[in-house]
Design a protein around this ligand. Sequence first.
Ligand code: ACO
Ligand code: KIV
Length: 554
Amino acid sequence: MSFDHRKYQPYLPIQLTDRTWPDQVITRAPAWCSVDLRDGNQALIEPMTVAEKKRLFALLVKVGFKQIEVGFPAASQPDFDFVRAIIDEGLVPDDVTIQVLTQSRPELIERSFEALKGTKTAIVHLYNSTSPAQREQVFGLNKAGIVQIAVDGARKVKAEAEKHPHTHWQFQYSPESYTGTEPEFAVEICNAVLDVWKPAPDNKVIINLPATVEMTTPNVYADQIEHFCRHVQQREHVIISLHTHNDRGCGVAAAELGVMAGADRVEGTLLGNGERTGNMDIVTMAMNLYSRGVDPQLDLSPMDEIISVVQDVTKLSVHPRHPYAGDLVYTAFSGSHQDAIRKCLSKRKSNAPWDVAYLPIDPADIGRNYEAVVRINSQSGKGGVAFILEKDHGIVLPRWMQIALSRVVQEDAEHSAGEISSARIWELFQQHFMNQSPMSVKSYRLEHIENEQISFVIEQNGDMIVIDAIGNGAISAFCNGLNQHFGWQLDVLDYEEHSLQHSSDAQAAATVQVHCLGNRHQGAAIHEDTLLASMNAIMAAVNQALEQQQVQVA
Ligand SMILES: CC(=O)SCCNC(=O)CCNC(=O)[C@H](O)C(C)(C)COP(=O)(O)OP(=O)(O)OC[C@H]1O[C@@H](n2cnc3c(N)ncnc32)[C@H](O)[C@@H]1OP(=O)(O)O
Ligand SMILES: CC(C)C(=O)C(=O)O
């Protein structure tokens, strides 16, 4: 049997019993660094072309990133050419710092500096791997040998930087495979690098602590970060950066807990592209802050543009349920969710804090409209159906009509086993509740002498019938007339009328519930004359009763 968990070992968590991070709350955004053009790019089936990289770079600048890792220029000619292109063509805004990654190998470091020649500012990001698995199996070195690789690289980076004094350099070091590295050794190797780079108030060094592979629950990562922040030397001159991956599906959670544990900066990609299951998704983390009232310092309002560019250049699609961005994330199919959304939206006051059930943010903030918020299938209920009619046709249905319509829509949804469009709901509503056949009221004359005297004309199967009647009010006079003429016992149980929302020519919508031919029936009608609307709503309910009687007789 190959599916055998005994092949794997438990992860031994770090001993940190006086951790403080669980009590922290994130109240401001970390410094963001996009690694889309490097970690994102190195994970693609087809790495981006220079033109694609330029398009993505422009988007990253537009969104508001101030630090962008633009590539691994020593790795390939396109990466090198892209870095040269954005520098030579003046595409890097003054407030944006580009960053490049290099292994700790002298020829690669030299080539990286060549790529950066002439830039105003840059971050040179040096890395080497530090975990026991990497030390022993990949590099065949002991701890001292691994520290030596880092120190040699740090010296080389410093020496190359000194050759280009017109550029403002910042240095970054990553103990790659940090989450698989003994915490004390991670501190030791970073301190050795800091000894070379000598951080100072005007020369802050970035130490980036990657979850190169996510190995544990995010709380363990947070413990590791808090431990590191306590033990690294010159903490005040060191910017602690996080770089999480999503192997266990917790890349964002790990970064959030890491910020609570003291980190200042977070690396990630838009929508989470990156090695294996991806880098931590900056869209999700930034929107998490935004949705709790914290300025994310990124403008994610053009979400559809972000999705479109990222999909084009990575050739990877965005899942319809991707947090905040997916096509279906602001859509409710299920009845109780729809009901709650409809009630919250209808009670919402324009400047009040957002507090709408099932919608963590206002979809309008990222350019989505309410069209897709409620969609109907067999999981839906009366609230959702009523929401659609109200939104698309301006008709506000009373509860008893919502229940009646929902039964009809539910039956249709079960029958078709799919989604029911707004047009189909409107069609079903008209068929079942606005039916003016075989009878409809064509005209009327109303006089008030002692009580209401009404004379109305009904068309029944092409014949015109004139009926005169008296009542306490117009509706009761109308019902009296029908009862006398046809020998029914028609009673109006409920009645509601409102002017149609969004209609240019002031029309009224009337909905009624009647007792007729032994059962309850509902009807609706729309007309600019409110009384005609009411009478025809009653007629629609009567037509429904007649149809049901015919079915029963047949
Ligand atoms: C976790 C991360 O995402 S780290 C970034 C990873 N990204 C990439 O690798 C993408 C770009 N890389 C590349 O295009 C290539 O790997 C290059 C051009 C950088 C180097 O290519 P090559 O030297 O031909 O091959 P390769 O990558 O296999 O080299 C591995 C060698 O470098 C050593 N090495 C690997 N990483 C480092 C490092 N950070 N510092 C120093 N040496 C390193 C290995 O031990 C190995 O040494 P060996 O040849 O003595 O066994
Ligand atoms: C180079 C480092 C930061 C990296 O990409 C990783 O460890 O995932």
